[in-house]
Write a protein that binds this ligand. Structure first.
Ligand code: NAG
Ligand code: NAG
Ligand code: NAG
Ligand code: NAG
Ligand code: NAG
Ligand code: NAG
Ligand code: NAG
Ligand code: NAG
Ligand code: NAG
Length: 889
C-alpha cells in the first residue's frame, strides 16, 4: 500500500517536474548536412504535417495532432500569424486560438517535432498575408524590402516569438519540440520587384534571424539566393528535381500542395492521393529528406481571417484530415501506408552519403538504390547485405511497365513508384490504394431547434401579429448611422479609413439634377451611369436609399446605371472587403475601396466628376458598433420580433437561440438559404458566408490521377454554391440556448437555416489478395531486433474504421471473389465466397474498427481456384450512443 502510494507520488512529482520544465524530449541539438537534418547526431528522414493553429480550436488540437502522428507524421509545421498575435501595435494576444505556447506543448506531449515558420509574412490565404493592418500606417514603411521602419517592426516581432519559445523551453536543445524555423516566406517569387533592396533585405533577414540565438536551423523557402547560413527549401506540387543552392544543405520540401484553396464562386479543387503519394515517393527516391504536407489539416478561416481576393471561409484544402477534423479517406490511409514504407527505408536512405545507385530501367522508368554497399542490380541482393532500399518509378502517364531488376520482374502501374524496403519485396506502390474509402454526410440534425427561449419547435408563429417568436431582427441603416459622421473632400482609400476594423465603408455624396437633365433622359431614353475606374471586392450603389446595383471584382472598372430625381439626390456607395490580398509584391500599397475617378456620366451638360466632391464617410455597420453578436450585449440591442413577411429583406441582422445537437458529431450550420454576410455563434465569428455559385462546367466526371497535377485538374462542385456549410466547433457550443447572430446583406431566409451533423456514414474497402501485407508486419532492417522478417505468406488486410465515437452498425456489402462497382454501388461477380457477409459481420459489427485478412483461409475455402480474388466490404457507421430524443419531433 505504502509502496504504491510513494510510487504514485513519485510519478506525480516526476510528471510535474517534466511538465514544469517543459521538457518533452531528452535535449538534443539540430544540425544538417548535404543529406538530411541531423537530430541529436542522427540523420533523419522526416514527414511533416501542416496544421495552422488558429484554423482550429484548442479543443481540436490534441486530436488533430494525435491523428497526424497516427498517420505517420514526425513533425508538425505551422506559420505564426502576426496579425492574430498583435492586432494593435504593442498589444499581444497569446490566448484561445492564438495560444501558440499551448499548441507547441500539445505537439511536444505527443512526441512530435515542430517546424515553426515565423515569417512574419505568412501568405497562407490569410488576411493580408498575416501582416497587421496598422503596419501600413507606420511613416515611410515599405514591406519586405530593405526599409528601416519595416525591419524594426519585423525584428521586434520575430524576436518576440523566439524569446517566448525559449522562455517556455520549447527548442529541441531545451527538451522542446522545435527543430526548425523559417524566416520570410517565398520571397524569391517577388524579389525581382525590389531590385537591389530585395537582395539586401534577404541578407539582413538571414543575419537578423541567426542573431536571435534560437539554436536550431532556419529555412527560407523558394529562395534560390538564400545565404549560406540558411537552408533554401522547395514549395510546389512536385519537388523531386529540387537541388538546394549549396552542397552543404539537404533537400527540404516545405510545402507539398496536396490540395488547393477555393474562392467564392469557384469549383472545389481535389488532388488525387495516388498522384500525391507519387510526388512524395519521387521526392524521397531522388534524395529528398524532409517533406511537409501543405496542408495536412486545413481547417476554417473563422471570423474575418480569410485572405483575398475573395477566398472562402472553409480552408479544407482537400487535406488528409478534413475541415472538421475527420479523416479524409482514402487520402489519410494511403499516405499513412506510404509513410510506413518510407520509415522502413530510413536506415538505407540515411546510410547513403552521396548519390544513390541509379539504374535506367526503360525510357520512362528508373530505379534509385540506397545501400551502403555497391549492389549488383542484375542478381538477387545477397542475404549478407542488410541495408538496401530501392524505389522503382514509372513516370509514363499512360502505360504499365514491366521492368527487370535484382533478378526479378516487377510490374509498375503508370505514374507510380514501387518501394522495396529491402531491395526484394514491394511494400508499397503509390498507385495501389488499399486503404478505406469514406463517404461522409451532412445530415439534418433532428434534435437541435431554434427557440429564443430554449428547446422547442423550429418555428413558432404568432398568427395575429405575423411574427416569429423564435427569431428577432434588426434593420441596418443604409448610409450613415452616426450623427456628424466625418466628411472629406475626395475619395479616401478604404483601409486608411477603416483600418480593417470592419469589411464595410460607406461613401456618401449628393448631386443636384436639373429639369433639363430629366427631359434629356426622357428624350434619349438613356439613364445616367455612375462609373468607377477601379474597385475591389464588392461595391453596392444606393440612390436615395434604394439599391441601384451591386458589383463584385478585383480592381476592375464598372458602370452602374442610376435613376435620379430632379433636385438633390443622395448617392451612397458601400465598399466591402472580402479578405485582404495575401500574396504579391507591395502589399502595403494594394489597399481597398476605389482607385481613379468616380463619375456620373450621361448628364445634359457633360459628365460630373465626383472624385473631388464632398463625401461623408461611415466606417462599419451600426450592428457591429452595437456588438449585436455579443451575448453580453443583448439586453438593449434594439432587436424586435421578426415579421414573417419580411424575411427576404436586405441589410438585416437576425438572431435566434438553438440547442446543441446531442453527442460529439462535428457540427455545421447550413446557410443554403442565405445571401451574403457574416455569422456568429455565442459571440464567436464563424466566418463570412456567400451564396456565389461555381460555373456549371469544368468538373471532370472522373479524375485521372496520372500525369502532372495542377489546381484546375480535378475540380468538383460545378453549378453548386461554393460553400453552404459553416463549421461551428463544439468548443463554442453549450448544451442549450446558443446565440446565433447573422448579418445578411442581400436577402436570405433565416428560417430555412438548418443544423447539420457531419460524420462518416459509409466506409468501403477493396483489397486484392495480391496486395502487399500490412506494413506493420515488415520490420525495419536496422531495427533493434536485427534481421529482416519476410512478410511473404502473410495475407493483406482490409482495414475499416468509423469516426471516433461511432461504430460499424451494419455490413451492407461483402464479397470475397470478383465483385464489381465502387463504394455505394457494389455488386457480386461470378465468384463469391458464400461466407463473406457472415465472416465480415462477425469481425466488424459493433466495433469502431476492424481488420480482415484477405485470404481464402479467412472464408473457409477458395471460391474459385485460379481466379484472382478481391475482398470488397461496405459498411455503415452510426453513433455509438442511441439518440434517444429522436421521435420527439
Ligand atoms: C548543443 O550544442 C551546444 C553548442 O555546441 C552544446 O553546448 C550543447 O551541449 C549541445 N547540447 C546537446 C543536448 O547536445
Ligand atoms: C557477402 O558475402 C559474399 C560472399 O560470401 C562476399 O563476397 C561479400 O563481400 C559479402 N558482402 C558483404 C556486404 O558483406
Ligand atoms: C422554448 O424553450 C422554453 C424553455 O426551455 C420552453 O419553456 C418553451 O416551451 C419552448 N418553446 C417551444 C415552442 O417549445
Ligand atoms: C493613406 O494615408 C496616408 C497617411 O494618412 C497617406 O500618406 C496615404 O497616401 C494614404 N493612402 C492612400 C492610398 O490614400
Ligand atoms: C444643390 O442645390 C442646393 C440648393 O439649390 C445647393 O445648396 C447645393 O449646394 C447644391 N449642391 C451641389 C453639389 O451642387
Ligand atoms: C407584412 O405584414 C404586415 C402585418 O400584417 C402588413 O401590414 C404588411 O403590409 C405586410 N408587408 C408586406 C410587404 O407584405
Ligand atoms: C463525447 O466526448 C466526451 C469527451 O471525449 C466523452 O466523455 C463523451 O462520452 C462523448 N459523448 C458521446 C455521446 O459520445
Ligand atoms: C490474419 O493473418 C495473420 C497473419 O497471417 C494471423 O496471425 C491472424 O490470426 C489472421 N487473423 C484471422 C482473423 O484469421
Ligand atoms: C452501379 O454499377 C453498375 C454496374 O456495376 C452500373 O451499371 C451502374 O451505372 C452503377 N450506378 C451508379 C449510380 O454508379
Amino acid at each position: 500500500m505504502d509502496d504504491q502510494f510513494y510510487s504514485s507520488l513519485f510519478m506525480l512529482m516526476f510528471f510535474f517536474s517534466v511538465a514544469m520544465a517543459g521538457t518533452f524530449f531528452e535535449p538534443f541539438n539540430v544540425s544538417y548536412d548535404h543529406r538530411a537534418l541531423v537530430l541529436g547526431g542522427r540523420r533523419r528522414m522526416l514527414v511533416s504535417a501542416g496544421i495552422h493553429y488558429p484554423r482550429a480550436t484548442p479543443q481540436m488540437w490534441p486530436d488533430l495532432i494525435a491523428k497526424s502522428k497516427e498517420g505517420g507524421a514526425d513533425v508538425i509545421q505551422t506559420y505564426v500569424f502576426w496579425n492574430g498575435h498583435e492586432p494593435n501595435r504593442g498589444q499581444y494576444v497569446f490566448e484561445g486560438r492564438y495560444d501558440l505556447v499551448k499548441f507547441v506543448k500539445v505537439i511536444g506531449s505527443n512526441g512530435l517535432y515542430l517546424h515553426l515558420r515565423i515569417g512574419p509574412y505568412a501568405c497562407a490565404e490569410w488576411n493580408f498575408g498575416g501582416f497587421p493592418v496598422w503596419l501600413r500606417d507606420i511613416p515611410g514603411i515599405e514591406f519586405r524590402t530593405n526599409n528601416e521602419p519595416f525591419k524594426v517592426e519585423m525584428q521586434r516581432f520575430v524576436k518576440k516569438i523566439v524569446d517566448l519559445m525559449q522562455k517556455e523551453m520549447l527548442f529541441s536543445w531545451q527538451g522542446g519540440p522545435i527543430i526548425l524555423l523559417q524566416i520570410e516566406n517565398e520571397y524569391g517569387n517577388v524579389e525581382g520587384s525590389y531590385g537591389q533592396s530585395g537582395k539586401e533585405y534577404i541578407k539582413w533577414a538571414a543575419d537578423m534571424a541567426l542573431g536571435l540565438g534560437a539554436g536550431v536551423p532556419w529555412v527560407m523557402c523558394r529562395q534560390t539566393d538564400a545565404p549560406e547560413t540558411i537552408i533554401d527549401a522547395c514549395n510546389g506540387f512536385y519537388c523531386d528535381g529540387f537541388k538546394p543552392n549549396s552542397y552543404k544543405k539537404p533537400a527540404l520540401w516545405t510545402e507539398d500542395w496536396n490540395g488547393w484553396y477555393a474562392n467564392w464562386g469557384d469549383r472545389l479543387p481535389h488532388r488525387p492521393v495516388e498522384d500525391n503519394a507519387f510526388a512524395v515517393a519521387r521526392f524521397f527516391q531522388r534524395g529528398g529528406s524532409f517533406h511537409n504536407y501543405y496542408m495536412y489539416f486545413g481547417g476554417t478561416n473563422f471570423g474575418r481571417t480569410a485572405g483575398g481576393p475573395l477566398q472562402i471561409t472553409s480552408y479544407d484544402y482537400d487535406a488528409p484530415i478534413d475541415e472538421y477534423g475527420l479523416l479524409a479517406q482514402p487520402k489519410w490511409g494511403h499516405l499513412k501506408d506510404l509513410h510506413a514504407a518510407i520509415k522502413l527505408c530510413e536506415p538505407a536512405l540515411v546510410a547513403v552519403d552521396n548519390s544513390p545507385q541509379y539504374v535506367k530501367l526503360g525510357p520512362m522508368q528508373e530505379a534509385h538504390i540506397y545501400s551502403s554497399f555497391h549492389i549488383d542490380v542484375n542478381s538477387r541482393v545477397p542475404e549478407n547485405v542488410s541495408i538496401c532500399s530501392a524505389f522503382l518509378a514509372n513516370i509514363d502517364e499512360h502505360k504499365t511497365a514491366t521492368v527487370r531488376i535484382f533478378g526479378e520482374v516487377f510490374v509498375l502501374p503508370p505514374w507510380s513508384v514501387s518501394i522495396l524496403h529491402d531491395c526484394k519485396n514491394v511494400v508499397f506502390n503509390t498507385a495501389k490504394v488499399g486503404s478505406q474509402v469514406s463517404i461522409k454526410t451532412m445530415e439534418v440534425d433532428s434534435i437541435g431547434f431554434f427557440n429564443t427561449t430554449g428547446p422547442g419547435h423550429l418555428l413558432l408563429q404568432d398568427e395575429k401579429f405575423h411574427v416569429s417568436k423564435d427569431w428577432m431582427s434588426f434593420k441596418e441603416p443604409i448610409g450613415t448611422w452616426v450623427e456628424n459622421s466625418f466628411t472629406a473632400r475626395g475619395i479616401l482609400e478604404h483601409l486608411n479609413v477603416t483600418k480593417d476594423t470592419s469589411d464595410y465603408l460607406w461613401y456618401i455624396t449628393r448631386i443636384n439634377v436639373t429639369e433639363e437633365d430629366i427631359s434629356y433622359w426622357e428624350e434619349t431614353g438613356l439613364l445616367p451611369s455612375l462609373t468607377i475606374d477601379s474597385f475591389r471586392d464588392v461595391v453596392r450603389v444606393f440612390v436615395n436609399g434604394r439599391l441601384a446595383g451591386s458589383r463584385v471584382g478585383h480592381w476592375v472598372k464598372e458602370a452602374q446605371p442610376v435613376y435620379l430625381v430632379q433636385g438633390s439626390n443622395e448617392l451612397a456607395l458601400l465598399s466591402e472587403t472580402v479578405g485582404l490580398k495575401n500574396y504579391g509584391a507591395f502589399l502595403e500599397k494594394d489597399g481597398a475601396g476605389f482607385k481613379g475617378q468616380i463619375k456620373l456620366i450621361g448628364l445634359k451638360n457633360g459628365d460630373v466628376d465626383l472624385s473631388n466632391s464632398l463625401w461623408a464617410y461611415q466606417v462599419g455597420l451600426k450592428g457591429e458598433s452595437a456588438k449585436l453578436y455579443a451575448p453580453e450585449e443583448q439586453e438593449n440591442a434594439g432587436w424586435s420580433f421578426l415579421k414573417l413577411n419580411d424575411t427576404a429583406s436586405t441589410f438585416t441582422w437576425y438572431k435566434t437561440y438553438f440547442d446543441a445537437p446531442e453527442g460529439n458529431d462535428t457540427f455545421a450550420l447550413d446557410f443554403g438559404s442565405m445571401g451574403k454576410g457574416q455569422a456568429w455563434v455565442n459571440g464567436h465569428g464563424i466566418g463570412r458566408y456567400w451564396s456565389l455559385v461555381a460555373p456549371k462546367s469544368g468538373c471532370p466526371r472522373t479524375c485521372n490521377y496520372r500525369g502532372a497535377y495542377n489546381s484546375d485538374k480535378c475540380l468538383t462542385n460545378c453549378g453548386k454554391r461554393t460553400q453552404s456549410w459553416y463549421h461551428v466547433p463544439r468548443e463554442w457550443l453549450q448544451a442549450s440556448n446558443n446565440l446565433l447572430v447573422i448579418f445578411e446583406e442581400t436577402g436570405g431566409d433565416p428560417l430555412k437555416i438548418s443544423l447539420k451533423l457531419h460524420s462518416t456514414r459509409t466506409v468501403c474497402a477493396q483489397v486484392p489478395e495480391t496486395h502487399y501485407p500490412p506494413l506493420s508486419t515488415w520490420s525495419n532492417p536496422d531495427s533493434a531486433t536485427g534481421g529482416r522478417i519476410s512478410a511473404k505468406g502473410i495475407a493483406p488486410q482490409v482495414h475499416l474504421r468509423c469516426d471516433d465515437g461511432q461504430v460499424i452498425s451494419a455490413i451492407t456489402f461483402a464479397s470475397y471473389g470478383n465483385p464489381r462497382g465502387s463504394c455505394g454501388n457494389f455488386s457480386k461477380g461470378t465468384c463469391d465466397a458464400p461466407s463473406s457477409l457472415s465472416v465480415v459481420s462477425k469481425a466488424c459489427q459493433g466495433r469502431n474498427r476492424c481488420d480482415i485478412n484477405v485470404s481464402s483461409a479467412t472464408f473457409s475455402h477458395d471460391p474459385c481456384q485460379g481466379t484472382s480474388k478481391t475482398l470488397v466490404v461496405q459498411a455503415e457507421c452510426t453513433s455509438s450512443v442511441s439518440k434517444l430524443l429522436i421521435g420527439q419531433v
